[in-house]
Each structure stands twice: as structure tokens, then as C-alpha cells.
Design a protein around this ligand. Structure first.
Ligand code: FAD
Length: 287
């Protein structure tokens, strides 16, 4: 009997990302004083796929002086205005993709969103991987700041009816609150910002630390500022004994840093030092 020989060259071929899609703004809606929903459409969006809650897209914005972004090419310059956002809703029948932007006041994406108007064009890459809901779990703790609000909203909408979710969201004030829908039983509380100098999400951190529901939680999802998420992750692992597999933590932005890497899981190494997040995924190349 002959043995199967190992492949000569087992190195997998590099994963080929589809090129980013040209997307045209069709509607702009102010959801709260600090949150804008931009609805995109366009022929190329027809191939977009909804891959589940808490996924992400790479948004390529026009460079200074451009009316629309140039599709990236292997030989061309790398676009500089690339940022990570959450697909909030995709309606294939209407060919519409909603993205909810926080207007935090700095940075090209926040500034672009504050002036967005129908007819404007961006490029959209992705979607990247989503949050996998554990269908066997019943008790969830879900927390984040406003940048995670779109992800949290999609997760809550995807939870099964048997689930119970304790939800804590940090915002500036009551005007930032939006309705959240879910088949699950929700205990939602909005916490208002009380940051100390140089620190973000202190109110969220305190709310999570003091949460009685943590004692029974089977799954925890937290996304917020990168340093805050590390503090909370350490607390969950070291003081509350959570298994790393039952928590998902994501650094969505970092104080003082533009374009914080999108693959930031808020982890520490075995010596308790923060593991630097991977660099942002390069925008999909045009083929
Ligand atoms: C997977 C993922 C999904 C995300 N989904 C969303 C989403 O759906 N909606 C959304 O609004 N954001 C989302 N974010 C966060 C968003 O990518 C960042 O806030 C990003 O920095 C915004 O880009 P910018 O060009 O406005 O600012 P940047 O140029 O990146 O930063 C400029 C300055 O603004 C500061 N800054 C950035 N964000 C904030 C903030 N929220 N509050 C205060 N200061 C800030 C930075 O520290 C920096 O000093 C997501 C991030 C990730 C990783």
C-alpha cells in the first residue's frame, strides 16, 4: 500500500481579498447629536454580504482635494484615510448599507461623517469577521462605548430569545442614547462619561467592575478605548476568573492615536505586558 506523500509546497496561497467596493451616499440621518447614520448604495455594493453581528468594514475616504477615493492598486500609493467601522445594517433587496459614525470631533472619518451628503463616494472593503454568538449560552454581559454601539446593536439583534443580556454603554450624556432591539431579555443601562485626564471609559470600567450579573455571565463582550479594554480584560481574567475563551475584548480606538489598529484584542503577554495590536489590515487591493 503506498503512502500519501506530503505536498511539495505546503505554504498556503495568500488570501485574496476582494477589491473595495465603490459606495455612494444615498441618505444621511442624525440619530443623536453625536451620531450620524450614513446609508450607502451603488452597483458594486450588490456583492456585499452580511456575515453576522459585530463585523467590520474598512472605509477608504477621499484624500485631501479628491472628490472620490482612488481604488488602491499594488503599484499605487497606499490610501492614508482608511478607517474601521461596523456594518450596522445591510439590506440586499434595497442594496443599502448603513454605517453609524460617532462625531468625536477629530480625525478624517469623524470629519467626513459630519459633512456627509447624498452623492458623495467612498470605498468599502470587507466585511471582516463577525462576533460568533454561542447559541448554547444564555447569560451575556455586553458593554462598550459609543464606537461599539453599532456592534452592540447588531449583537443584541442577533441574540436568541432564550438569552438574557446585561448591557452597559458609556456615552457623553442622555442625548446619546438610542433604542436597542432584541428578542433576548435585556437589562440596559447607559453610563455617562466621567473620564480622568489621559484616561477614557472610566465610567464604563466602573460599571463593569460593579456588575452583579458578571457572577453568572457565560459570555462577555466588551469593546471600547484600547487602554480601558486592557484594564477590564485583566479584571475579568485575573479577578473574576473568566476563561479567555468566554470573553471577547476589542480596543476600538486609542486616546491620542490616529487610526488605531483594527486587530486589537486587548491582550497581555504572560508577563502582564500589553500585546501590541497588529497593524491595520491593508485595504483590499484592486485586481
Ligand atoms: C472593529 C472596529 C469597529 C468600529 N466600528 C465603529 C463604528 O461603527 N462607529 C464608530 O463611530 N466608530 C467605530 N470604530 C472606531 C473608529 O474606527 C475610531 O474611532 C477611529 O479612530 C475613527 O477615525 P477618525 O478618522 O475619526 O479618527 P482618527 O484619525 O483615527 O483619530 C484622530 C484622533 O481622534 C481620537 N479619537 C478616535 N476615536 C475617538 C472617539 N471615539 N472618541 C474620542 N476621540 C477619538 C484619536 O485618539 C486621535 O487622537 C470601530 C473600530 C474598530 C476597530
Amino acid at each position: 500500500m503506498s503512502e500519501t506523500k506530503p505536498a511539495e509546497n505546503p505554504t498556503p496561497a495568500p488570501r485574496r481579498r476582494p477589491p473595495p467596493r465603490r459606495a455612494v451616499v444615498s441618505r444621511v440621518e442624525r440619530l443623536t447629536p453625536r451620531m450620524v447614520r450614513v446609508t450607502f448604495t451603488g452597483e458594486q455594493l450588490a456583492s456585499f454580504t452580511w456575515n453576522g453581528p459585530g463585523a467590520y468594514i474598512k472605509l477608504i475616504l477621499p484624500e485631501e482635494g479628491q472628490s472620490e477615493p482612488t481604488p488602491p492598486s499594488p503599484d499605487g500609493p497606499r490610501p492614508t484615510r482608511v478607517r474601521t467601522y461596523t456594518p450596522r445594517r445591510f439590506d440586499p433587496a434595497a442594496n443599502e448599507l448603513d454605517v453609524d459614525f460617532i462625531l468625536h470631533g477629530h480625525g478624517p472619518a469623524s470629519q467626513w461623517a459630519s459633512q456627509a451628503a447624498p452623492g458623495q463616494v467612498v470605498l468599502i472593503g470587507g466585511p471582516g469577521p463577525s462576533y460568533k454568538i454561542d447559541e448554547n449560552a444564555e447569560r451575556f454581559v455586553i458593554a462598550g462605548d459609543e464606537t461599539a454601539l453599532p456592534a452592540i446593536a447588531t449583537i443584541l439583534e442577533a441574540l436568541p430569545a432564550k438569552a438574557k443580556a446585561t448591557v452597559r454603554i458609556e456615552v457623553q450624556d442622555a442625548s446619546d442614547e438610542i433604542p436597542l432591539q432584541s428578542a433576548a431579555s435585556l437589562d440596559v443601562a447607559w453610563v455617562y462619561r466621567n473620564d480622568q485626564p489621559g484616561l477614557a471609559n472610566c465610567a464604563l470600567e466602573e460599571a463593569v467592575r460593579n456588575l452583579p450579573a458578571l457572577a453568572d455571565a457565560e459570555r462577555v463582550y466588551i469593546a471600547c478605548e484600547a487602554k480601558a479594554v486592557r484594564r477590564v480584560r485583566r479584571f475579568l481574567l485575573e479577578e473574576r476568573g473568566f476563561a479567555p475563551t468566554s470573553i471577547v475584548t476589542r480596543g476600538y480606538w486609542q486616546i491620542g492615536e490616529a487610526n488605531h489598529p483594527d486587530h486589537d484584542y486587548g491582550s497581555d503577554d504572560e508577563n502582564g505586558r500589553p500585546i501590541p495590536p497588529q497593524r491595520p489590515t491593508p485595504p483590499p487591493s484592486a485586481s
